[in-house]
Each structure stands twice: as C-alpha cells, then as structure tokens.
Design a protein around this ligand. Structure first.
Ligand SMILES: [Zn+2]
Length: 321
C-alpha cells in the first residue's frame, strides 16, 4: 500500500469492515411526533408496537433459533408499567413503532438464553436495527440520569417530548440531549508507520489510536493536532475525516480521522498515555504474532481506522496462537 493509500480509501464504505453502531438502522425517528401526546398514546397502544427495557446501559438480548441475536421486545400491553420514562425511538419500514422504557432494573429473564448486555457486547451481535434502537435508548438514558436538575436555576426538571427534552417547571427552560464530540485518529508518518499509544490504565500489550475530547472554541481539526501533540509530542499536518460513531459512554460522538505527522520524535505525556510507538505493518504483524501487542477487539471505530491503514482485516483475539 502506498504512503497515500488512505487518501484514496477514505470513504467509510471502503472500510474493510462495517463500523458498529454506524450502519443505517432503517428506523425513522419521526421527531415531529414527539410533542403530540395523543399520537404517542395511540402509537404506544397499537398491537404491533414493540417495547424493550433499558436500565443502566443494558437491555435483554436473546439468541434466535436461526443463530441471530435480538433485543428482547414485547408488545406494549405486556411491558412493565411505567409512569414517565418512556422513550419513543421511531418507526421501521413495516410501520412497527418502537419504544424503550427506562427502569431501575431489567425485567426477569423470560427464558434460559435471554441475558442482559450493554452496547459493547450487544453492538457486535445485534442487527443494525436493534443496535440502532439500543444506542438511541442508552444515549437518552445516560442523558436523563445526569440532567435531572435545571442547569439554569437548579430546580428538578421533568421529562418531555417522549424522552428527548427535559423541561424546568420553575424557569421554563428546555434542555436537550447533549452529545460531546471526541476525536479519534490514526496518525501516520513519512514512512507510512502508524502511531499507537497505550493509556496509563490499559493492560500491558494493549495499544490503540490516540483520542480525546474537543475543547470549547476549537475546531475538530485543531483538536486532532492538539491531542496528538499533548499525548505523544508529535506534530500533525494534514487531517482527513473518515467516519463517525455514536459512543454513549456516557454521551460522546467519536469522529474518526487519518492524520499525517510532520514530526516523528515521541514524547508521551505520562498522564493519559504511558507509552507510544511507531509501527510499520510488518512490525505490527510481528507484534501481534509474538503477543507483544494484543489484537484490537470490541466495537470501537479505532479498530476500523487501524484496519484501513493495515490494508486487510486485523487478527481477532484468539486467532493467534
Ligand atoms: Zn430552571
């Protein structure tokens, strides 16, 4: 692969594997219905409507006889009673409407194979439809939990718009779900080596792309350059956007980039990043095979960025002996 290979392979469609939580879910969110209580009540009680419970970032998932994994959903008349924490998530192409209920606990398991799962596990297993529904519900739940009080006057707020607004009864303020932009970038140098770092709290051998939050008053390109310099002491020139991924842990949106270094010397900050190294493809392959570097796993866009540079699928944990 040439040094400029990523420039020609930069569209998300060219990524060697789909990015979890990013595929089209086929759900129309129908935001224009969120303030229409009569419409919502009719949608809720319709016999084809499907409901799942979200609690602490988890929902029940189950395996199907044909080998798939699904969210456990019920008709609304079988759903546990809820007072206010009901999120309308949207409608699929068949006209089926979906709601999530935010509860303090998940319902009892209906059969042996149903089990609670968070997005990090379920995101790898569920269909794009179910993964999209779950990521929407978890993002709303996280926001609702952390924004119970008005940031303007301190009064307790109440849920509105089928989970998408919190209103303050004292001062009238309306609060909307927030998403915190974060940048994640694979930095390459003149020799087309990739810069990977190990965070202070990560286990030995786990290396990944650098990442960080966008700061107030900063463009995302500036954020990429600042984060790379702060964490690894490397200066960055060209920055190319690749793809994004919702990351509600608790409320981020990961913006994925390829970035070109204009310096090679590494000087890690020691606070966030414990160690950073340049890897050629051959060096990374050898490090995977020797066990010095652990293959990436999980749903993060980091693995997809690395794969885009690597030029072929990365080994999965357990594939190496
Ligand atoms: Zn207020």
């Amino acid at each position: 692969m040439s040094t400029d290979s990523y420039a020609t392979a930069s569209r998300a469609a060219d990524l060697a594997a789909p990015i979890s939580l990013t595929a089209p879910s086929g759900i129309d969110r129908e935001a224009h219905h969120r303030l229409d209580e009569a419409w919502l009540a009719a949608a809720w009680s319709h016999p084809t409507t499907r409901v799942f419970v979200v609690s602490g970032g988890q929902a029940l998932i189950d395996d199907t006889p044909d080998g798939r994994t699904e969210l456990v959903m019920t008709p609304s008349f079988e759903a546990p009673v809820t007072e206010t924490h009901r999120y309308f998530l949207g409608t699929d192409a068949d006209g089926v409407r979906y709601f999530a209920l935010q509860k303090d606990a998940l319902p009892g398991r209906m059969d042996q194979s149903a089990r609670p799962a968070g997005l990090r596990e379920a995101g790898l297993l569920l269909s794009p439809r179910d993964a999209g529904l779950l990521v929407h519900a978890v993002a709303l739940e996280n926001w609702q939990r952390m924004h119970r009080f008005c940031s303007r006057c301190g009064e307790r707020t109440v849920i509105a718009a089928a989970g998408h607004i919190r209103r303050c009864p004292a001062c009238g303020a309306e609060h909307y779900p927030r998403t915190d932009p974060a940048v994640i970038m694979l930095v390459t140098d003149d020799e087309d080596r990739a810069l990977l770092g190990r965070q202070v709290h990560w286990p030995e051998g786990r290396f990944s792309t650098l990442a960080g939050f966008v700061e107030p008053g900063e463009s995302i390109e500036q954020s990429v350059r600042r984060e790379v310099f702060e964490e690894a002491g490397v200066t960055v020139g060209d920055v190319e956007y690749i793809a994004s991924q919702p990351w509600p842990f608790p409320s981020s949106l990961m913006l994925g980039f390829m970035a070109r270094a204009t310096s090679a010397e590494i000087d890690v900050d020691g606070e966030e990043i414990h160690e950073a190294r340049w890897f050629s493809r051959e060096e990374l392959r050898a490090a995977f095979e020797s066990g010095e570097v652990l293959p990436p796993y999980g749903i993060s866009i980091a693995a997809r960025l690395l794969e885009l540079w690597y030029g072929k699928p990365l080994p999965k944990p357990g594939e190496l002996t």
